[in-house]
Design a protein around this ligand. Structure first.
Ligand code: SF4
Ligand code: FES
Length: 231
């Protein structure tokens, strides 16, 4: 089949075509296209575990490597950068807003971005290495933030206005992380309860559950937020 892709480039778009088999993903099509006109996109694992290939596919936040062409309606596939992320160029984004939202429970963190604090080293923690665990199952793709109607309240057209939250909200990934921390009952559970109880915590969620539908890993942050509402 011939896949036709329309990819955002700033205020304009780049149209490309790719020869792709039925089972191909959108990422496969991008990689096999001739003359991609230098389209910038991110990928690494190709199997839904690195979390860097998120984009809006026909307006919905998806992983490019987990979206088969055959599951999309016929016609041109429209690709746009994830909202609530920092656009590098075209559909390549850097999930800084997601990392900024995650509470510091002593987890290992990526190196600080230029201009952020503190320095390039992982955040200091007084907890032993064995207690530093990743937020289970979450691949930090940012799809839940892009899907959240509180964080991205208007039509997802990539404009600056579309990136402005309707109220301060720490976001589904951070609250899901807090719920897991409380469930573990570890040393950070008190801090996690404070994150959930803050004005920009559970109370700021509109219960749309768009985060759970968008999550490619079954983390179901919407359900975890509901669990945080219970006394
Ligand atoms: S909770 Fe799900 S959608 Fe949100 S960042 Fe983690 S893996 Fe991605
Ligand atoms: S390339 Fe790793 S999640 Fe898509």
């Amino acid at each position: 089949m011939i896949a036709k892709l329309s990819v955002a480039r700033g205020a304009g778009r780049v149209e490309i075509e790719a020869e792709a088999p039925e089972w191909a993903t959108v990422l496969d099509a991008l990689e096999s296209a001739d003359g991609t006109q230098g389209i910038l996109y991110r990928h690494s694992c190709h199997h839904g575990s690195c979390g860097v290939c998120g984009a809006l596919v026909n307006g919905a936040p998806r992983l490019l490597c987990r979206t088969r062409l055959s599951e999309l309606p016929p016609g041109v596939v429209r690709l746009d950068p994830l909202p609530y992320a920092t656009v590098i160029a075209d559909i390549a984004v850097e999930p800084g807003p997601l990392f900024d939202s995650l509470p510091d429970f002593g987890y290992l963190r990526p190196p600080a971005r230029p201009g952020s604090v503190p320095d390039q080293a992982p955040l200091p923690s007084d907890r032993p290495e064995r207690e530093r665990e990743r937020f289970e199952d979450c691949i930090e793709c940012g799809l839940c933030l892009a899907a959240c109607p509180v964080l991205v309240p208007v039509e997802r057209d990539g404009s600056d206005e579309a990136k402005r939250p309707i109220r301060p909200f720490v976001g589904p990934a951070a609250l899901g992380m807090a719920r897991r921390e409380i469930a573990k009952g570890g040393p950070a559970s008190r801090e996690a309860r404070a994150v959930a109880a803050a004005p920009d915590g559970v109370a700021a969620c509109d219960r749309a559950f768009a985060c759970s539908r968008a999550c490619p890993r079954g983390v179901a942050p919407g359900r975890l937020i509901e669990e945080l509402r219970r006394p």
